[in-house]
Design a protein around this ligand. Structure first.
Ligand code: FA5
Length: 378
């Protein structure tokens, strides 16, 4: 029984040494820094465990040596070796728990974490002002029961011009400085192509659509951009009149620019509407007076200084929003609808322009420059 006792004494000695290292928080020789010290303690612990309780460890060695004993001595020897193994395992389990506690304590003591400090603010993005205006327009019309419709940005001459009553050589083509892809294919110059696509695919039924999208023209100055956004509206049914157009636009203008907004229609010309009009709304910076009112708050800087001539409407009191009119019977004829049976109205507004007016943006290029100092304001 002597070898059993010798192993127990050695085990106690080794364990005591390691325990005092854990309790004192000191790393075994050769380790520097708290984390390295923790790693070295764990390594020493594993080595000891293998040394005593591992498969080839000292306690297993005792069991293997049992064959050399006299048969009558074996049961007593086996019992004592098993007791030693239980003793060793209990000691290792207790020491492991102490090592883990010590590791947690040392990782916390070295940390600069202050849980009471406020967190970092994660900068939140926001929708581009044009996207906000587009969404506002769409959701207003969807609320009235309009359906969202889309049409291609690269389209045939037929959809962009001919079916809209604009034959080749028609003078109104000059109003649209067109990007031609080839003789018959263009970058659409307006969203009105959606009218043709939609009427061709939804024959002989009432239509109420709102159709936003990008359009392209060879055009570039402070209020014109080669790529810009329009929103098109088309309503077709029996007995649709110009009065429906006015009523719808009046509701929309008040929603978009405020309850005091008034509007006017100026006679105009579009080949695909008859009669045609330009729609103006009263300037919401100067309230239609042409002079920036005093006490006009945050809107004043965009329109000009209080008491000064209004820059936004150039003192006219009116802001142009876009074109509109009753669907020309020729367009119904082109898409194979009966102009005797159906009437309709349409309008097409520039979303860039509406955004500029709503937020007092003096140059259209701000909208596409991707300058964060500008975009952060919305
Ligand atoms: C049209 O494009 C017609 N399709 C509108 C229409 C639709 C009339 C349905 C009748 C019925 P116009 O060329 O005027 O019309 O353009 C409409 C709006 O687009 C203008 O009022 C303006 O706000 C905007 N716009 C025109 N050109 C540019 C440009 N280069 N950059 C930014 N906005 C522009």
């Amino acid at each position: 029984m002597q070898p059993i006792e010798e192993i127990r004494v050695r085990l106690d000695g080794d364990m005591q040494q390691l325990e005092s290292l854990v309790a004192g928080g000191s790393a075994p020789a050769g380790a520097s820094g708290a984390q390295e010290g923790d790693k070295a303690l764990s390594k020493r612990f594993e080595e000891l465990k293998v040394k005593y309780t591992g498969k080839k460890g000292e306690i297993s060695g005792l069991l293997r040596s049992m064959g050399t004993l006299a048969p009558e001595a074996r049961p007593e020897f086996g019992k004592l070796v098993n007791e030693l193994r239980d003793y060793a395992e209990a000691k290792f389990a207790a020491l492991q728990a102490k090592i883990q506690e010590a590791e947690i304590a040392s990782s916390l003591s070295g940390s600069t974490l202050d849980a009471t400090l406020p967190g970092y603010r994660i900068p939140a993005g926001s929708l581009h002002p044009m996207t906000q205006v587009r969404e506002e327009i769409i959701s207003f019309f969807q609320g009235l029961g309009f359906e969202l419709a889309l049409a291609p940005e690269v389209d045939n001459d037929w959809y962009n011009f001919e079916a809209l009553n604009i034959p080749p050589d028609h003078p109104s083509r000059d109003m649209h400085d067109t990007f031609y892809v080839d003789d018959k294919v263009v970058l659409r110059t307006h969203t009105s192509n959606v009218q043709v696509h939609y009427m061709e695919t939804h024959r002989d039924q009432p239509i109420r659509i709102i159709a936003p999208g990008f359009v392209y023209r060879v055009d570039n100055d402070a209020t014109h951009s080669p790529m810009f956004q329009q929103v098109e509206c088309l309503v077709v049914d029996k007995d649709i009149s110009f009065a429906h157009l006015k009523g719808t636009l009046f509701l929309w203008a008040r929603h978009m620019f405020g309850a005091e907004t008034t509007m006017r229609f100026r006679p105009s010309y579009f080949p695909f509407t008859e009669p045609s009009a330009e729609m103006d709304v009263s300037c919401y910076f100067c309230k239609g007076t042409g002079t920036v009112p005093t006490g006009s708050g945050t809107l004043a800087p965009a329109g000009g200084a209080p008491g000064q001539p209004c820059r936004t409407c150039k003192t006219t009191g009116w802001i142009e929003i876009g074109g509109c009119g009753s669907v020309d019977p020729n367009v119904f004829g082109k898409v194979g609808w009966d102009p005797e049976k159906y009437t309709g109205f349409a309008f097409g507004f520039g979303i860039d322009r509406i955004t500029m007016l709503k937020y007092g943006i003096p140059d259209i290029s701000h909208l596409t420059r991707n300058d964060n100092r500008f975009l952060r304001q919305f």
